[in-house]
Design a protein around this ligand. Structure first.
Ligand SMILES: [Zn+2]
Length: 79
């Protein structure tokens, strides 16, 4: 466990936001650009792409990335 080779830059993070809501255009909490997309977990204006990029940037390990993806993906069946 001394060599960490599990991080793979360029490997895309893909969030499942099919259950996400939309609303009036509002500034994205990450980039400030207008978006109608709402984070289905935090209920704030946020581009899906920005959230995916944020996770890519902030996850230090594959396990951490998986945890962040899970944390930002709504539970199945929840409306
Ligand atoms: Zn954005």
């Amino acid at each position: 466990m001394s060599h960490a080779t599990s991080t793979t830059p360029g490997s895309p993070v893909v969030l499942d936001w099919r259950h996400g809501q939309i609303g009036p255009p509002a500034p994205c909490v990450l980039c400030g650009g207008l978006t109608v997309c709402r984070s289905p977990v935090k209920d704030v204006p946020c581009h899906k792409g920005c959230a995916e990029a944020w996770i890519t940037t902030h996850a230090s390990t594959d396990a951490d990335r998986a945890r962040l993806i899970a944390a930002h993906t709504p539970a199945k069946g929840v409306t």
